[in-house]
Ligand binder design. Sequence first.
Ligand code: SAM
Length: 277
Amino acid sequence: MGQGRFYIVSTPIGNLDDITLRALETLKKVDFIACEDTEHSLKLLNYYGIKKSLISYWSEKEKVRAEEIINKIKSGHSVALITDAGTPGISDPGAVIIQRAIEENIEIIPVPGPTALITALSISGLSSEEFTFIGFLPVKQAQRRKKLLELSSEKRTLVFYEAPHRILQSLHDMLEVLDDRRACIARELTKMFEEVLRGRLSELIEKLENSKIAGEYVIIVEGITETPQTVDEALKEVKELMKKGKGRKEAVKIIAELYGLSKKELYEKSLKMDEIE
Ligand code: SAM
């Protein structure tokens, strides 16, 4: 008997209908399904009438279970690994066993599907051209702020996962460390109480403080749009162009495009600078 197959299968992040045909087909054909919480996964499997032997597998047991699963695959059984929601390995267990499978030359077959970060990012209205996924911030406030400080000059869009009991505190820390940037909070995606809030961090805090906080959240925050140095440089260049005869509006338009800055803000700053000088 040759080696079995090892599938990493994405499952829904809420709505049970969000599962691919290939994921269902895979779950139906494998010998074992490795899952985090059997009770949780049974809801999905029962919904689709899938009856399989389950191997319970969660973060603390990851190392021990990884060996059991590797042995099963090596002895010819096929295994599908799923987590409670979304894509395994994304703020979820999976990394340890994948690493072990690579070491054992076991082929790993991805069966892609939903993940909360991409679902939220795709409807956030913030730039998804370049982004960085942080996942959960540290629980302790001092460490959380330190992490945010490290991220404060990041130009790419920032994507966080957060637990409901910490979301307000994290948003307050973001406002303090990152300033009042544009952001989006996506709550309970694909579920009955799905809600998407967009606005400045201060506005989102106000909205959340006046509503019931419950469920699962993704927070997306715009990357830094300008640095003090670039604004100073841009203002100098606007001045140079004006000295050469360009009107303020035209000079601002050229330089704002060149530096990727907001025309309106650069115009206002350039006016203010002339008033001060
Ligand atoms: N593996 C999952 C994925 O692919 O997105 C993430 C699992 S992680 C343990 C759980 C966190 O993901 C939640 O605390 C929340 O931040 C986010 N999340 C998962 N499902 C969500 C949903 N339906 N709506 C909003 N956020 C969700």
